[in-house]
Design a protein around this ligand. Structure first.
Ligand SMILES: Cc1ncc(C[n+]2csc(CCOP(=O)(O)OP(=O)(O)O)c2C)c(N)n1
Ligand code: SF4
Length: 563
């Protein structure tokens, strides 16, 4: 007989508890969650039966992988979620998982797509087996990036479908659709988001139960994956022949909608988050016909309907005039096209509801300018940061070398450009410091010094160091190792504990591979080391090593909590 009976909710499961046993009645999941766009994407991928996420951190995409790393469902299902060394290794690993039949997600910021462009474009040629979604987060207005590039061009270039959600809910829903499409078309799917979509929260309704993961399944024609010209030509023909189907899918897509309006003088095409902004301008409904585009290739039929029906067409899109250029190029309709190219919308930078209102001639409501009492606070290296000690020592040494050039790289240490250090003379792309120092040295520059972070070195500095060693370039390389990828929030760094071995393996001589601890008390030793290595006319590597203050504090807290 049951003596006591009650219900319990534990880890998303509803249990019937008796004194004798625990019976699972059903799996219950929170149907509504408050999620960042990035988190909605991550949850959507998990619910679509993901087997692995492969990513290199980069704002505004980092939270996707971090969410999966913390997810109980991912743990339960053994979803791969360790950081990759760079975006290219991430893309290739995802492709390998897909060839084996399982679903993979690749995440990166927009400039990461340049790094993995080779496997990305060729993945469309080989095709996929298990679904692949390549998630790229663009950064219009360059809040934390060196350029404003628009990833939709890459989707068109690779001839694959691109999705661009206009809300967090759509971002969640699209993941499942994207995997379905990828497996149906045997093509990777590009999903593009921008900063505000990635980093703002909304309530998202999630599925009741996640889809099963795919089983290991090696069922593709292996010759597809061998891009020898004879095979690649066939695949190129197949993918080219798929293009009309992709376009028809865009016309029929639930994510591309044509909503008629009573005032046909103006039609508005709005894509991705710009559609969200547009709707914000018209809480009681838009009087003009609106074409929402969230799936590419562009749905030409729907666009033609608008250019035929309307006198003027305004195109609102985040990023470059990707749709606008195509509409101008291919649509013979009667409409006058307006947008970023004609000055109604700003040519660069993020959109927001106000700039759309301005383009529509609507009144802009109250503006909230930053309070004048708030003093500007330029970014700075944290107090106690090891990079500070490196720059302090380097600057003192370079007082004796007024012609020295210091080639910088991307990470917290880029802040060494700013006062008080003003210590670096370049910052272009990840890994460029070493190769640029080498090129400068080839040109006759001396001293040529490169400063690079540990994560950036393994991301794409190692190959440049090999070039330098192979030519015995007269450069001094400083790998400022803070044991983490600090700038993006302190993710694990792929080379931790391996740097000396990597440098030796690349051919750096033991006599010119020096490790120092960047602390004020060691200043004399660090300065002596830098000075000596500048005067060695070959490749020398100095590794100042001390943990980032932020991750150190986090680790200490974790240790304390574990006691
Ligand atoms: C191709 C590319 N991928 C990702 C990023 C984002 N990002 C900027 S710096 C950085 C890593 C910095 O780590 P590290 O070199 O160790 O320097 P730290 O910030 O720790 O000083 C990353 C991932 C980028 N700018 N470019
Ligand atoms: S986060 Fe870490 S590496 Fe970056 S400035 Fe602060 S202490 Fe230095």
């Amino acid at each position: 007989m049951i003596a006591a009976l009650f219900f319990a909710l534990l880890k998303n499961k509803l249990y019937l508890c008796t004194t004798k046993q625990l019976i699972i009645i059903t799996n219950i999941r929170n149907m509504k969650k408050l999620l960042l766009g990035d988190e909605a994407i991550a949850q959507g991928a998990l619910d679509a039966g993901l087997s692995g996420v492969y990513a290199y951190p980069g704002t505004p995409s980092t939270e996707i992988t971090e969410y999966i790393q913390q997810s109980p469902l991912a743990k339960e299902r053994g979803v791969h979620s360790r950081w990759s060394t760079n975006e290219k290794t991430a893309m290739e690993a995802a492709l390998g998982m897909s060839y084996m039949g399982k679903r993979a997600l690749v995440c990166m910021k927009h400039v990461g797509l340049n790094v993995c462009a080779d496997p990305f474009v060729n993945s469309a040629m080989t095709g996929t087996n298990g679904g692949i979604v390549v998630l790229v987060a663009d950064d219009p207005s360059m809040h934390s990036s060196q350029d404003e590039q628009d990833s939709r061009f890459y989707g068109k270039f690779a001839m694959i479908p691109t999705l661009e959600p206009s809300s967090q809910q759509e971002a969640y829903d699209m993941m499942s659709k994207a995997y379905e499409m990828s497996e149906q078309l045997q093509l990777p799917i590009l999903m593009r988001v921008t900063t505000r979509m990635a980093h703002s929260r909304a309530v998202v309704t999630v599925a009741d139960s996640p889809r099963e993961q795919n089983a290991l399944n090696y069922n593709a024609k292996a010759s597809n994956w061998v891009l020898l010209p004879a095979f690649a030509r066939k695949r190129n023909d197949i993918v080219t022949a798929q293009q009309p189907l992709l376009e028809q899918m865009s016309v029929d897509s639930q994510y591309n909608q044509y909503v008629d309006g009573k005032d046909q003088q103006l039609g508005i095409i709005a894509s991705g988050i710009a559609y969200n902004y547009l709707m914000e301008c018209f809480p009681n409904g838009c009087p003009y016909p609106v074409l929402k585009i969230s799936q590419y290739p562009i749905p030409k039929k729907l666009i033609r309907r608008m250019t035929d029906d309307c006198e003027f067409v305004l195109i609102a899109e985040e990023g470059q005039p990707f749709i606008e250029d195509q509409v101008r190029g291919v649509m013979p309709g009667n409409a006058v096209i307006k947008g970023r190219l004609t000055g109604e919308l700003p040519r660069t930078g993020e959109l927001n509801p106000d700039v759309i209102k301005k383009a529509l001639g609507m009144e802009i409501g109250e503006n909230y300018a930053p309070c004048e009492d708030v003093a500007p606070r330029p970014p700075a290296l944290c107090q106690g940061c090891g990079h500070r000690d490196v720059y302090a020592a380097l600057n003192e040494v370079l007082l004796n070398y007024p012609n020295a050039r210091v080639f910088g790289d991307i990470g917290c240490y880029t802040l060494g450009f700013l006062p008080p250090y003003k210590a670096i003379h370049s910052c272009v792309d990840m890994g460029a410091s070493i190769t640029m120092a080498k090129g400068a040295s080839d040109a006759g520059q001396w001293p040529a010094i490169a400063i690079i972070g540990d994560s950036t070195f393994t991301h794409s500095g190692m190959t440049g160091l090999l070039d330098a060693v192979n030519e015995n370039a007269d450069i001094t390389v400083i790998i400022s190792d803070n044991l983490t990828t600090a700038m993006t929030g302190g993710q694990d760094s792929a080379g931790t504990n391996k740097f000396e071995a990597i440098c030796r393996g690349l051919g750096v001589s033991d006599d010119h591979l020096k490790v120092v601890v960047p602390l004020p008390k060691n200043m004399e030793e660090i300065k002596k080391t830098i000075d000596a290595e500048i005067n060695y006319h070959g490749v020398s590597v100095i590794i100042p090593r001390r943990e980032c203050m932020q991750t150190l504090q986090r680790h200490l807290k974790q240790k304390k909590a574990a006691k």
